[in-house]
Design a binder for this molecule. Structure first.
Ligand code: C2E
Ligand code: MG
Ligand code: MG
Ligand code: MG
Length: 291
């Protein structure tokens, strides 16, 4: 109002259009699960020293009837704000554990892990622990082969509730990873108090780590922190062989990234023992066009 009527008229239609667009996408998203438009792609986690695939991260994709493949970055926030992330997240848990249970027959003897991302709203929902237990029971997947990935934004409030949920999840035998580590809230005290198994070093610190001294310093500090607290480390977003070599030199055991394998449909990721990433390049490109 202070800026006058002219401005109001200029901005209003744009804002309105964005809002209408959001609402349309929202309506479509409500139906996506029932319409079987959601699909999981899987990206390998690789042991950097041996090149062996130790597990896969499940990454959600929405095959929209008109818009094509919609990125999770575009619809997860929408699913969060409406609450529909809860049934969607339940489906992801069931689907990923079922898939991983199937892999155990053909995979290496120590098992193939699957990682599932859990958003804040889903984590806070009273059904989460039951949903995880239910997915393990239905699939028969041992709890230690499921990792739940959580981000630091969880620690913004309600620490007592978060702690109790994390402990009940650990009682199921699942592993807990802190995703995108280093990008969120700065208090590190929760690392000591909460039962995490793994830190995933955010890809923004991996980029150019072979040449960028600031990233070397940050990643090095995270590695030291992880080793001191006895947490396993995963480097996210490895895109070059130079980055890979630097991370190995830093002592990071596991990595993920386009250089090691792109996310792809389950049918294209076959976890045979000892397949090196170099042998997987052909598979990788099939699942490549995600955004
Ligand atoms: P995230 O869990 O940190 O997943 C890693 C993201 O980095 C994925 O993006 C993956 O495709 C991408 N990525 C992997 N390697 C590379 C690389 O070398 N370079 C670059 N630039 N990117 C790489 P994606 O699949 O688009 O997912 C984005 C985010 O959406 C995820 O980040 C996660 O926070 C969220 N998300 C995905 N699936 C789910 C889900 O089932 N549930 C929930 N709640 N969130 C999900
Ligand atoms: Mg993740
Ligand atoms: Mg991440
Ligand atoms: Mg992320």
């Amino acid at each position: 109002k202070n800026t006058g009527k002219g401005r109001y008229a200029t901005f209003q239609p744009h804002h309105h259009a964005v809002q209408v667009e959001r609402e349309r996408l929202q309506v479509d998203l409500e139906q996506a699960l029932d319409a079987e438009q959601l699909v999981l792609h899987y990206q390998p986690l690789v042991d950097l020293a041996s090149g062996r695939v130790t597990g896969y991260e499940a990454l959600l994709r929405w095959q929209h009837p008109h818009r094509g493949l919609v990125s999770p970055a575009d619809f997860i926030p929408l699913a969060e704000s409406s609450g529909i992330i809860v049934p969607i997240g339940r489906w992801v848990l069931r689907e990923a554990t079922q898939q991983a249970a199937g892999w155990q027959h053909s995979g290496p003897p120590d098992g193939v892990h699957v990682s599932v991302n859990v958003s804040v709203r889903q984590f806070r929902h009273p059904d989460l622990v039951r949903d995880v237990a239910d997915a393990l029971r239905r699939s028969g997947l041992p709890g230690h082969l499921l990792t739940l990935e959580i981000t630091e934004s969880l620690f913004a409030t309600d620490i007592a509730d978060v702690t109790s949920t994390l402990e009940r999840l650990k009682d199921l035998g699942v592993r807990l990873a802190l995703d995108d580590f280093g990008t969120g809230y700065s208090s590190l005290s929760y690392l000591r108090h909460f039962p995490f198994d793994t830190l995933k070093i955010d890809k923004s610190f991996i980029e150019g780590i072979d040449v960028n001294r600031q990233n070397q310093a940050v990643a090095g500090a995270i590695v030291t922190l992880g080793q001191t607290l006895d947490l396993s480390l995963v480097a996210e977003g490895i895109e070059t062989s130079g980055e890979l070599r630097s991370l190995e030199a830093l002592g990071v055991q596991l990595g993920q990234g386009f250089h090691l394998g792109r996310p792809g449909p389950a049918a294209l990721v076959c976890p045979s023992p000892g397949i090196r990433p170099a042998d997987r390049r052909d598979l990788g490109s099939v699942g490549a066009p995600l955004r």
